[in-house]
Design a protein around this ligand. Structure first.
Ligand SMILES: C[S@@+](CC[C@H](N)C(=O)[O-])C[C@H]1O[C@@H](n2cnc3c(N)ncnc32)[C@H](O)[C@@H]1O
Length: 261
């Protein structure tokens, strides 16, 4: 891997495992509670190098993974956590070259993963109704993505209730409070055989979605299932190997459908 260049992102990890996301700006200084690091010391170094702060703290320097990036990037709306994103990518079978519609964009966490999964031959169309969230998402996405992948995305400051301009989508993912209000709009743009995923955080939302599906859409959507997305992280301290005392375990559910004609 090439050495760090000016303008790139880097993640610094201190001796306690705390992570700091920085942009490598020439002649600037990274300051934290354990001293300062001259950014010029990082530019030109190989990934995986170590730097020492003015107060003697050793820091590892890597390029951020997408997971590290989205956990540190600016937030408008609450993001979907990486553990849920990984399940969404597999459950919706997001493939290279796929055409995917997403609403709402929020902070752009899922959008970034969708872009990477569909690749340069794919397309992601994402709608966000709030202008402030749209701007934050745009900034977050542009900061991380290499230019060749930026063309994959069409990001619109738009409310899905106004309709979806493009059509012929292979996949649709809704991360909205009331997805059941938009099933007609989704059906008009999803290809037969296409997969719809609704990411939800409460059981009442699942109930409302399923009621609407049973009343009006059971002749056009096949229900794949309702899944809770759980992950527990564990810690080892000496002889104690046990689930972490603090963790984000339950975050949400995914409800999946497939369109038939
Ligand atoms: C929980 S956030 C999405 C987070 C996003 N998945 C991420 O990972 O960063 C839900 C977003 O949906 C947007 N939204 C809600 N209703 C909408 C609608 N009718 N059309 C477009 N966006 C909508 C909200 O403004 C909010 O930003």
């Amino acid at each position: 891997m090439a050495v760090f260049k000016e303008g790139e992102l880097a993640i610094l990890i201190d001796q306690k495992g705390r992570k700091y996301l920085i942009s490598l700006k020439k002649d600037s200084v990274f300051s934290f509670h354990k001293g300062n690091v001259q950014i010029n010391e990082i530019i030109g170094k190989e990934e995986g190098s170590r730097v020492v702060s003015t107060k003697g703290e050793h820091l590892l320097v890597f390029r951020p993974t997408l997971e590290e990036y989205i956990l540190k990037m600016k937030r408008g709306a609450q993001i979907i956590y990486p553990k849920d994103i990984s399940r969404i990518l597999t459950a919706l079978d997001i493939f290279p070259g796929a055409k995917v519609f997403e609403a709402g964009t929020g902070s752009g966490a899922l959008t970034l993963y969708l872009i990477r999964a569909v690749g340069t031959y794919g397309k992601v169309v994402s709608y966000e109704k709030r202008e402030d969230f749209y701007n934050t998402a745009k900034e977050n996405i542009e900061r991380f993505l290499l230019p060749d992948l930026r063309n994959v995305l069409i990001l619109e400051n738009k409310d899905i209730s106004e309709g979806i301009e493009e059509g012929d989508f292979d996949r649709v993912i809704l991360d909205l409070t009331e997805p059941w209000l938009f099933l007609d709009k989704v059906l008009s743009v999803l290809k037969p055989g296409g997969i719809l995923g609704c990411y939800l955080t409460t059981v009442l939302q699942i109930y409302n979605l399923m009621e609407e599906f049973e009343k009006n859409y059971s002749q056009s959507l096949y229900k794949i299932g309702i899944f809770e997305l759980l992950e527990r992280n564990w810690e080892k301290q000496g002889l104690s190997l046990r689930p972490a005392l603090r963790m984000i375990a339950h975050t949400g559910f995914i409800v999946l459908f497939r369109k038939f004609s």
